[in-house]
Design a protein around this ligand. Structure first.
Ligand SMILES: [Zn+2]
Ligand SMILES: [Zn+2]
Length: 169
C-alpha cells in the first residue's frame, strides 16, 4: 500500500481519498504470528494541514486466530476507524513522536503503519464466539460439539440420592 501525496502537498490544502484492498505480511506479536486470511481493506482520507497530513481511515481485516477457550482456529474479523498524523521528514519534531508517521518521499509505503494500528486493536484473548463453551477441563472434549457428560458425573452425592428418589429408584 503506497500513497502518493505529491499533489496534495503541492496544493497546500485539500483532501485526497485512497482505497486499498491488498495482502499484508503476517503480524508479529512477540513469539506469535498472525496471518491475514484475506486482503486487508483500508480506506483513507488525507487532509493537508500545512506541516502535517491528517489521516482518517477505516481498516477492515480478517486474522487467523486460535480460540482461547476451545483452541479452534477461526478467522477473527475486525474493522475499526483510526486517525493518524503523517509528517514529512523536513518538519519532523526533534523529539521522537510515536503518534506520528514520518515519511521521507512523496510516495510512501504505509504497510507497517497499518500493521501497527491493527496490532493495537488486537484483543487480549481471542474467543471464537460469545457462546463458545470451551473444552471440558476433565477429558478435554470440545463441549461445543461433544458434550462429554463429565459435569453430570460430578453431582453432589446428596443431590444424587435426591434425584434417585425423584425417579423412584
Ligand atoms: Zn471457541
Ligand atoms: Zn469431559
Amino acid at each position: 500500500m503506497k500513497i502518493n501525496v505529491a499533489q496534495l502537498r503541492r496544493l497546500g490544502g485539500g483532501t485526497e481519498k485512497y482505497h486499498f484492498n491488498e495482502g499484508l505480511s503476517p503480524l508479529q506479536l512477540g513469539e506469535d504470528e498472525f496471518a491475514f486470511q484475506s486482503p486487508v481493506d483500508v480506506e483513507l482520507g488525507v487532509i493537508n494541514a500545512g506541516k502535517s497530513l491528517l489521516v482518517k481511515g477505516r481498516i477492515s481485516c480478517e486474522i487467523g486466530a486460535a480460540c482461547s477457550k476451545c483452541l479452534k482456529d477461526f478467522p477473527y474479523k475486525m474493522s475499526f476507524e483510526f486517525e493518524d498524523k503523517f509528517i514529512p521528514v523536513e518538519f519532523a519534531p526533534e523529539e521522537e513522536d510515536d503518534g506520528a508517521f514520518i515519511f521521507e518521499r512523496d510516495e510512501c509505503s504505509i504497510d507497517e503503519r497499518i500493521q501497527e494500528h491493527i496490532l493495537l486493536h488486537l484483543p487480549m484473548r481471542f474467543v471464537c464466539s460469545d457462546l463458545c463453551l470451551g473444552l471440558c477441563p476433565k477429558c478435554g472434549a470440545d463441549l461445543n460439539f461433544n458434550p462429554c457428560g463429565c459435569a453430570d458425573v460430578d453431582v453432589d452425592p446428596r443431590l444424587e440420592i435426591l434425584s434417585k428418589w425423584n425417579k423412584g429408584v
